[in-house]
Design a protein around this ligand. Structure first.
Ligand code: ZN
Ligand code: ZN
Length: 355
């Protein structure tokens, strides 16, 4: 793995040496290795460094206004009053994914195969694309605050609608920015994939949160927020109701999490005002990331309580932002153990400096 540091290394004095250190994620228990010395290894293969964002694409693209015929019929749109569905006049638009990984209309009888070894279940679900603005912008930080807030409001509105289908247990909401992060179209968009199962990463957090709660009667995320606020060394930015912190046991250098300060398991409870506040904070930190790391590709994803969940005392919704500052290799793919070469304390220092 390679972490390209842009410019001089910031003079942050960490309380750790260059010695490698194992760190355990406080919620899901995943181990990571922080090994700053590894950043000095030689890198001689072409393309060994992860790519940054590039944009050389044709316009208009299938997500641009006037191209609505290129996408399936919209399931949600924030649009000018009086403009007809599936035509221009929208400022945000959600459509079923034209090339879905899962479908709402599978024949559940035909493809159910049970077995001890090979278990199959129908690829039932809903895959949707959220086109975040009509302008062909490839960088979400170029959205106005109001447009950025629309994205967080639309996440909520879709979760509420998807919850009405009792076959669906979870809606994974995520965003890929840049080809290195898996995006195939540049026009800024998010994706939703709703499935009959709760994804492993969320199950692990639910289980970790429950285990912590059983021991302490407290929410691990609330504890984490309080400790990070008090200590400050991994704190990147905060607003009245939200906190951005460098992940304690990151998978990639500069990984950060954004979470509400007040306990909330269900993202669906987010108010319009809170969506705006969240948007302003995310824009600030993402802009700092672009400055500090020369516009890396990144993913963000929403980890929230399952659909139709009660307000859980042991889980706390949050956004995780994963910059592609490195490329997973054998240890990561094969064993689920991540090595990062920038200490989170250093990353937080650099991001604070770039705000
Ligand atoms: Zn476009
Ligand atoms: Zn909490």
């Amino acid at each position: 793995m390679k972490v390209p540091l842009t410019g001089a290394v910031a003079p942050y004095v960490t309380d750790m040496s260059d010695e490698p250190e194992f760190r355990r994620d406080p919620v899901c228990g995943r181990w990571a290795v922080v090994a700053p010395e590894r950043s000095r290894r030689p890198m001689t293969l072409d393309g060994a460094e992860p790519r940054h964002r590039k944009n050389g694409e044709r316009k208009p693209c299938p997500f641009c206004p006037g191209q609505e015929h290129d996408t399936p019929r919209e399931v949600l749109a924030y649009r000018e009053p009086g403009t007809p569905a599936d035509g221009p006049g929208w400022r945000l638009r959600v459509v079923p994914n034209r090339f879905p990984a899962v479908r709402p209309d599978v024949d559940e009888e035909a493809c159910s195969v049970g077995g001890m070894v090979f278990v199959t279940t129908p690829g039932l679900g809903r895959a949707e694309v959220m086109i975040e603005c009509p302008e062909h912008l490839t960088d979400p930080t170029k959205l106005t605050d109001g447009r950025f807030a629309d994205v967080f409001r639309a996440y909520r509105d879709r979760l509420l609608t998807l919850a009405e289908d009792p076959r669906l247990a979870y809606a994974a909401v995520f965003k890929n920015v840049g080809a290195e992060a898996g995006a195939s179209l540049g026009h800024t968009h998010s994706q939703l994939v709703a499935t009959p199962v709760v994804p492993d990463a969320v199950e692990a957090e639910l289980a970790g949160g429950k285990e912590f709660y059983t021991r302490t009667r407290r929410c691990v995320f609330c504890d984490l927020a309080a400790r990070e606020l008090a200590a400050g060394k991994r704190l990147i930015a905060r607003s009245a109701n939200f906190l951005a912190v460098a992940a304690y046991a990151p998978r990639f250098a500069y990984e950060f999490w954004v979470l509400p300060l007040a306990h909330a398991a269900r993202y669906e409870t987010l108010s319009d005002a809170a969506a705006l506040e969240l948007a302003v904070l995310m824009k600030r930190v993402l802009t700092a990331l672009d400055r500090a790391q020369a516009e890396p590709a990144y993913n963000w994803f929403l980890h929230a309580a399952p659909l139709r969940s009660a307000e859980l005392p042991h889980f706390h919704w949050h956004l995780e932002v994963l910059p592609r500052t490195a490329r997973p290799a054998g240890l990561e793919w094969g064993f689920g153990c991540y090595i990062t070469t920038v200490a989170p304390e250093q990353a937080a220092w650099e991001l604070r400096a770039a705000l």
